[in-house]
Write a protein that binds this ligand. Structure first.
Ligand code: GLN
Ligand code: ZN
Length: 772
């Protein structure tokens, strides 16, 4: 029979109970026991959901209070001395690594002050993991009460035999890094780490685990030879444990493993291989051909990264193709990856239009889908006829819906011309026209868009959303906010103003709410990192702009300010990347639709007298496909095209800005240059100014504003500090190219420090002006 399996389940709970429980614990409002109990309760609840859905192979140890990689860091004792030295309770040490810990001395307990370990994006998802951080002479020690064993037994006690999940040794090390001042290549520690895996596997077997899921997602990357070569000896060693360890299911996801297929050829002793057939269905044949005579294929056909109902017909065809070659007993139907990246359940959504609600499937619903597909293949389609029919009907309805077939949008896309991607003139002509219009001094100062989102702003927005104040009242309030920030900017002596974004809840949601083709959930939370969850908007259909989205506020701001006002938009790639995209049309098509909608907005802003327009694209880099090569160049082509299409509709004298929250462009500088933005503002204050060298090397001709101070901290930089930073930047950038601005928007800051920091920034710019 074909079995069904889930690679991991979201851990927050239907109502983000885990978030609430951890935050209450951090705030000292609850005890450790209460937190641990809540974790236990949630685990049990999530196992039951999967069991009731009919899932044969249910994961355990997919739970974590902060992050599953961090849990493993602690499991193996990869805890730097700066944390262990305080002898904290294990759970506190764990959170200290995840989020830092600062606490005053208490009786005989010394004060604690330690920053968090580095946290970075988990592959190309919006989840973040804590990086294993190794010492040159790193030693490892398995926790005496290993979490995977504890949680396996917990499930067993509840009558559920689970498949524990571990991050594999090669991925665990390769995703890590040497600690500050250390030079170890993490993979060199493999020999020392492997005995812990062996020990752990034996303990799991003794506890009753028949199989274990070992994730090696780095197999979807291009790997250094040394890392690639590490797989064979590592898994031979673990394989040699024979019947004293559970059978190993090696899991990969978020890409294909065809380029590393020789690794797989070397792992024929493993029990099963899991591949992501949602992202890369075409890898099936290659992987089937590489399997050993008894190996099992775990076919990831239900999307763990998106919220769409699975197309049963297509998924079943895929599974059948594998069954044909391997037979039913050697195929498992599975989620493509962990379901961690999807919201808990669709049942919590009460306000969705029934038409589109029928198109969605969240984690709980996906477990039922997986079981249904497995049953269809095992017992034949007749066994689940009703479910198949309902699914086909839903697919059909979505394909033929007005929302996914907006003729006006499609026609407009067909008529897009290459010329629409180009500004009227080259940069030298443009900047002359802009200079004439804007009359800016050397070293112009500006900010990135948002000003502090005060409590008052949130209160008023909430009242408006709840209908407690009228639209007119809310509008008045926003106007007053704009007046205030304009006045403050005048007093500060900034050169290009912004309206401050007081009306915006979120830089993507705000636009999504004003566009056709978007939908929103009330409870569709997905873990981003630690206790932080996001609720991505969903692109449900063809996108168009029924009416101007930002013109009223920007135009008003421009009308009351003496200096040029900068309009503020979120770019097409960021709107797409921070949403759940459609899976029925290519992302380039969705990006182009967003670009066309934004193009109209840009032109309307210009017509409204806003002659500086910033289009933020902080998500451009994170969309980069994981491997170099065609996929990456293709992405950059359509991403750049979308930005250009959005911005090229204006006159030469209108200045286009763009903003990025990083300055590591080395890998794809040509694409950044190809955006053809007149001014780029980038985050740089915490990075090495040397990163700016690429602008010199590539003879970048346009203007750049590398952030001169960090906005993530309330700390006020002195004028001298900013002065020194500008001096450093002038080693790489010409004075006539350089703008002076902070790293990013100021919405998370307080007014007090904002004013102080900007005063120092403006004074530093003035001092340079006097010199040049
Ligand atoms: N304009 C946005 C702001 O200032 C930019 C935010 C971002 O880059 N993430 O808030
Ligand atoms: Zn930013």
């Amino acid at each position: 029979m074909v079995q069904s399996s889930v690679l991991g389940f979201p851990r927050m709970g239907a109502n983000r109970e885990l978030k609430k429980a951890t935050e209450a614990y951090w705030a000292g409002k609850t005890t450790k026991e209460e937190l641990l109990n809540e974790g236990k309760r949630l685990r049990l609840e999530h196992w039951k959901i999967q069991k009731d859905a009919g899932i044969d192979i249910i994961p355990s140890n997919d739970f974590a209070f902060y992050d599953q990689v961090l849990s493993q860091i602690q499991l193996f004792g990869v805890v730097p001395e700066r944390y262990t030295k305080y002898n904290l309770d294990p759970i506190d040490e764990y959170f200290a690594m995840g989020r830092g810990l600062q606490r005053p001395a208490d009786g005989d307990k010394p004060a604690v002050d330690v920053p968090a370990l580095e946290m970075v994006k988990w592959f190309d998802s919006n989840y973040h993991y804590v990086k294993p951080t190794l010492q040159d002479n790193q030693s490892f020690k398995l926790d005496s009460n290993p979490k995977p064993v504890v949680e396996f037994l917990e499930a067993k006690e509840a009558g559920i035999i689970t498949r524990p999940v571990l991050l594999g040794p090669v991925s665990f090390l390769h995703l890590g890094k040497p600690d500050r001042g250390q030079s170890i290549d993490p993979i060199d520690a493999l020999d020392k780490l492997l005995p812990l895996y062996s020990d752990l596997l034996k303990q799991l077997k003794d506890a009753g685990a028949e199989t274990v899921q070992i994730d090696e997602p780095i197999l979807v990357y291009d790997l250094p030879e040394k890392v690639k070569a590490a797989f064979k000896p590592a898994y031979e060693k673990l394989g040699s444990l024979g019947s004293s360890a559970p059978k190993i299911v090696l899991a990969t996801y978020f890409g294909d493993i065809v380029h590393n297929i020789d690794v797989l050829e070397n792992l024929k002793s493993l029990y099963a291989i899991h591949i992501d057939l949602v992202r890369n269905p075409e890898q099936l044949d290659t992987v089937l051909a590489a399997l050993g005579p008894n190996q099992i294929l775990s076919a990831g056909v239900v999307d763990g990264r998106n919220i769409w109902k699975t197309n049963f017909q297509k998924a079943i065809e895929k599974v059948e193709a594998a069954v044909q070659k391997l037979g039913k007993d050697r195929v498992i139907v599975a989620s493509s990856s962990s379901l961690l990246h999807t919201p808990h359940t669709l049942k919590s959504e009460k306000n969705l239009d029934p038409e589109i609600a029928d198109w969605f499937s969240f984690a709980s619903e996906k477990t039922v889908e997986i079981a249904t597909i497995a049953k269809a293949v095992t017992e034949g389609p007749a066994s689940v006829r009703e479910a198949l029919e309902a699914n086909a009907k839903s697919q059909q309805a979505r394909a033929s819906s007005k929302r996914t077939n907006d003729q006006a949008v499609k026609e407009r896309q067909q008529n897009v011309t290459p010329e629409q991607h180009n500004r009227k003139s080259e940069f030298p002509v443009r900047i002359a026209a802009q200079q004439k219009r804007l009359n800016l001094p050397l070293f112009p100062t500006t900010t990135i868009g948002s000003f502090p989102q005060t409590k008052e702003i949130r209160i008023q927005r909430n009242k408006f959303t709840k209908g407690e104040i009228s639209a007119a009242e809310y509008e008045k309030f926003i106007e007053k906010e704009i007046q205030d920030v304009v006045k403050i900017q005048e007093e500060l002596g900034l050169d290009v103003f912004v309206h401050g974004e007081p009306e915006r809840n979120d830089m993507v949601q705000y636009f999504g709410e004003r566009l056709n083709g978007y939908a929103f959930t009330t409870n569709g939370w997905v873990q981003s990192y630690g206790s932080r969850c996001v609720r991505p908007p969903i692109v449900v259909g063809d996108i168009s702009r029924p009416a101007p989205m930002t013109v009223k506020e920007s135009k008003y701001a421009a009308s009351i300010s003496k200096k040029p006002m900068k309009g503020m938009l979120t770019g097409p790639i960021t709107c797409l990347r921070w949403s759940f995209p459609r899976d029925d049309v290519h992302q380039s098509v969705q990006a182009q639709q967003l670009a066309l909608a934004l193009r109209d907005e840009v032109v309307d802003l210009e017509q409204g007298g806003v002659y500086v327009i910033q289009v933020d694209e902080p998500a451009l880099r994170e969309g980069l496909p994981l491997r170099k090569g065609k996929e990456r160049t293709d992405y950059l082509k359509w991403a750049v095209d979308a930005f250009r299409l959005a911005t090229a509709g204006v006159e030469d004298g209108t200045q286009i800005h763009s903003h990025f929250c990083y300055s590591e462009f080395q890998d794809f500088f040509y694409a950044i240059a190809a955006l053809d933005a007149d001014v780029l503002s980038i985050e740089n204050s915490k990075s090495d100014a040397k990163l700016l060298k690429v602008f010199v090397d590539e003879a970048y001709p346009r203007h750049i504003g590398p952030g001169v101070y960090d906005i993530h901290s309330p700390r006020v930089p002195s004028q001298q500090e900013i002065h020194d930073r500008i001096q450093e930047m002038l080693q790489y950038l010409k004075p006539e190219q350089l703008w002076i601005d902070p790293d990013c928007g100021l919405k998370t800051r307080q007014w007090k420090e904002t004013k102080a920091a900007l005063t120092n920034m403006v004074n530093a710019a003035k001092a340079f002006r006097a010199q040049y």
